[in-house]
Design a protein around this ligand. Structure first.
Ligand code: ZN
Length: 308
């Protein structure tokens, strides 16, 4: 599943030009509880350029500005004409146009009306737009902001596009809550979850999550398993720890990678780990015990580590 992407957030107004959202807070990879990015702002390995084009990404974050900031960054990475490894470069004409909200291949949609929901009609417009070939870049990015307000009929209309997207189209959706989307829609997108600073991430869980990431970089499978064994009879705890793990992985991913005492973990690898963590969270919520969960996660994470 690492090759697929979800990106989603929609709101209802079709804007030919976008307003510039506040940039995400920046820092370096060491700040585990804030949205960070590398000094170059690169999103190399974000599952975008390396493992096939992700068709759809859903950014989930209670802070809409933060979600918008990441969405814009991902969009810029898709449209950037700079060297592949540093996209978005922030310096090319495409990046400049994205920054100014005037790139013709980036279409942003917000909800309108009282419900602030993207309607079925709007989805039809989005669909038509998706089939128009990009004018300046190789791809066309369709950014749907605030999709948590979309009603089921509109979501179903969107699902049809996500199931068979035009080759050049990339959908990026933002939401405050992924569960506001139909399961069928969620299954078509790769979720990037940016928790709010204080959500779910108790210090002991962050500490455990950091330890697991470090152990993954060192290839110490048995010790990763020991971390999970602590949660054998603690369903809530393991869910909180996995949530913290997902958050840490995402932040390092945005930061451009993880460098600890072992082998550096590239954003691509972190993306794979985050995908495994996401699945484990679903298992944990289905009452799979901590140790069994740990075994399953270890097997899949180390399997992911061995992939080229
Ligand atoms: Zn660029």
């Amino acid at each position: 599943m690492s090759g697929e992407l979800p990106l989603a957030r929609c709101v209802e107004t079709f804007e030919g030009t976008e307003q510039t959202p506040p940039a995400p807070s920046c820092g370096v990879a060491a700040a585990p509880n804030s949205l960070v990015q590398s000094s170059e702002g690169s999103l190399v390995g974000f599952g975008i350029e390396s493992c096939g084009l992700p068709h759809a990404i859903l950014i989930e974050c209670p802070d809409e500005d933060k979600a918008d900031g990441l969405a814009r960054k991902l969009a810029a990475a898709q449209l950037c004409s700079g060297p592949e490894k540093v996209r978005p470069c922030g310096q090319c004409v495409s990046c400049e146009k994205v920054e100014k909200g005037i790139h013709p291949d980036l279409q942003s949609y917000l909800g309108e009306g009282k419900s602030l929901a993207i309607s079925v009609d709007k989805v039809r417009q989005i669909r038509a737009q998706a089939y128009i070939l990009p004018g300046e870049s190789e791809r066309k990015v369709l950014l749907l902001r605030g999709v948590q307000t979309m009603l089921a009929p509109a979501q179903n209309a969107l699902l049809k596009i996500l199931e068979e997207p035009p080759a050049s189209a990339v959908f990026i959706l933002t939401t405050t809550n992924r569960f506001s989307l139909l399961e069928t829609v969620r299954s078509r997108v790769r979720v990037i979850s940016l928790e709010s600073e204080d959500a779910h991430e108790a210090p002991e869980h962050i500490e455990c999550a950091q330890e697991i990431i470090e152990l993954l970089s060192r290839g110490e499978e048995a010790r990763v398993l020991a971390c999970f064994a602590k949660y054998e009879k603690d369903k809530l705890g393991v869910i909180q720890m996995l949530t913290a793990l997902r958050g840490c992985l995402t932040r390092y991913m945005i930061a451009g990678g993880y460098k600890g005492g072992g082998a550096p973990l590239s954003p691509h690898r972190l993306w794979d780990f985050a995908a495994v963590t996401e699945d484990a969270l679903a298992d944990a919520e289905s009452n799979v015990g901590g140790l069994l969960l740990g075994c399953s996660i270890c097997a899949r994470m180390f399997e992911a580590s061995e992939m080229p």
